[in-house]
Design a protein. Structure first.
Length: 230
């Protein structure tokens, strides 16, 4: 029989596997080692942040809320845990609660590019465009290769300076993460709005290949077909 983790700690291997899956945006794959760790007797606080993030990736906000608010976070994952609480609240339109959670994460680790990206999204949704730009710029300064930070900067540039100006940001992100669903989606939509339909169709086809059944890819292709009179 394989011995369980000592003192309720998750094995480094289990957490490494979960983090690798989360980095790829694969919530299902991340849940497997985390659930296994829980069955082996690992304390919930140790895996709470990672499991909550995995559930958010799968859009299971009800279960994510149960997990993220089911107890405390282990000290080493507290910054991430509060950030995931903020993402949950932001996804459900609770902007005040999201801001409070992000503030808690910031107090623990202010040098986190993904946190600043989340803060930027919160500020943008709240109508604070100048502050959103500042947050996006801070995120990119901390991690110039973060796909989410580049996507957000592209969205803000599109809002402020127009469609054409946003393209380089999405293109830069796709050079780093060519199969990123968020970047592909925004790139395709921007190309479509610019009337670059052939380029948009190429991106849409790739998006549909990377993320089968992607609603935005299907919608954009349907719009293109309607305009072509098909």
């Amino acid at each position: 029989m394989v011995a369980g983790p000592v003192r309720g700690d998750a094995s480094p291997d289990a957490l490494a596997k979960a983090r690798a899956a989360l980095a790829k945006g694969d919530g299902i794959a991340a849940q497997v080692p985390l659930q296994q760790a829980l069955r082996q007797g690992v304390q919930g606080d140790v895996v709470r942040a990672a499991l909550g993030e995995a559930l958010l990736l799968e859009s299971d906000r009800r279960k994510a809320r149960e997990v993220l608010y089911g107890g405390d976070f282990a000290p080493e994952s507290a910054a991430r845990g509060w950030q995931m609480r903020g993402r949950l609240e932001l996804a459900e339109g609770r902007l005040i609660e999201a801001g409070q959670a992000f503030d808690q994460s910031y107090r623990i680790n202010a040098e986190n590019a993904s946190l600043w990206t989340d803060i930027g999204r919160l500020r943008f949704i709240g109508g604070e465009h100048a502050q959103a730009i500042e947050a996006a710029e801070r995120a990119i300064k901390l991690d110039p290769k973060d796909p989410r930070a580049l996507e957000l900067r592209g969205l803000l540039i599109r809002e402020q300076f127009g469609l054409q100006s946003a393209l380089p940001w999405f293109e830069t992100g796709l050079q780093i993460a060519p199969n990123d669903v968020g970047l592909l989606s925004e790139y395709a939509a921007t190309l479509g709005e610019l009337g670059q339909y052939r380029a948009m169709l190429i991106v849409c086809r790739k998006l549909a290949k990377v993320d089968r059944g992607n609603e935005r890819a299907l919608y954009l292709q349907a719009v293109l077909a309607a305009r072509a009179g098909q």
